[in-house]
Design a protein around this ligand. Sequence first.
Ligand SMILES: Cc1cc2nc3c(=O)[nH]c(=O)nc-3n(C[C@H](O)[C@H](O)[C@H](O)COP(=O)(O)OP(=O)(O)OC[C@H]3O[C@@H](n4cnc5c(N)ncnc54)[C@H](O)[C@@H]3O)c2cc1C
Length: 224
Amino acid sequence: MNNMDNIVKIQSVSEVTHDVKCFRFEKPDSYSFIPGQATEVSVNEEGWREEKRPFTFTCLNEDPYLEFTIKGYPERKGVTAKIHTLKEGDELIIRDVWGAIAYKGEGYFIAGGAGITPFIAILRQLHEDNKLKGNKLFFSNKTAADIIYKDELKAMLDDDAVFITTGEEGDSYEHTRIDEAFLKKHVSDFSKHFYVCGPDKMISDINEVLLALNATADNVVFEK
Ligand SMILES: Cc1cc2nc3c(=O)[nH]c(=O)nc-3n(C[C@H](O)[C@H](O)[C@H](O)COP(=O)(O)OP(=O)(O)OC[C@H]3O[C@@H](n4cnc5c(N)ncnc54)[C@H](O)[C@@H]3O)c2cc1C
């Protein structure tokens, strides 16, 4: 343990999708973060304390609790699989916050899968502050069942939440990749900010397209 380590008790665990859970836990005194920031997390159990992985806060900074929204990868037998077995009363270790991605002004949020998490924090805060207008979300998933906080995102953003599925036909979402044609159809102002978060392949593909359209993005790579 070092000075920056905070042991926090889990207060509740809820299912978000078939492979994503929401964990709420104690907020240490004077702990605070900016929406989009993350911290290194481990499980406070023998053999797991030094297995640190980054996760993003999805609550509001003013909430009396902290919250992570975590996609589990059971096949990897790593930290997310372990965290998904935890229950109320179990403990995590969280460390200092660090910036993953920060809101700089109105623009377009492009997320793949669990890459939505920094944007959840940012969009919830903008919604709370009544400043969401002028922002638009493109959220890509394999199937409709994978869409994290679908109803909340729709309620907050209405037509400015565009869901895309890449792995199944026949649902009511756009079945496409986020390519040049897609962005030209949905983006009215390429001089606005672009925020991109997801697997590294998705980010490099989208950056290439944005570059061709004379736009640049702030990125967070979630998975190699
Ligand atoms: C800044 C940042 C913030 C993040 N915030 C969140 C968040 O809020 N919510 C969220 O859900 N995720 C988030 N992530 C992603 C999250 O950190 C990873 O999903 C997590 O680290 C995976 O940990 P793991 O131990 O389960 O698996 P890993 O550490 O990826 O893998 C454990 C072991 O499994 C093996 N392995 C690795 N990849 C594979 C593979 N593809 N198939 C089979 N085996 C494999 C390897 O041997 C590896 O050692 C964030 C990532 C970053 C960079």
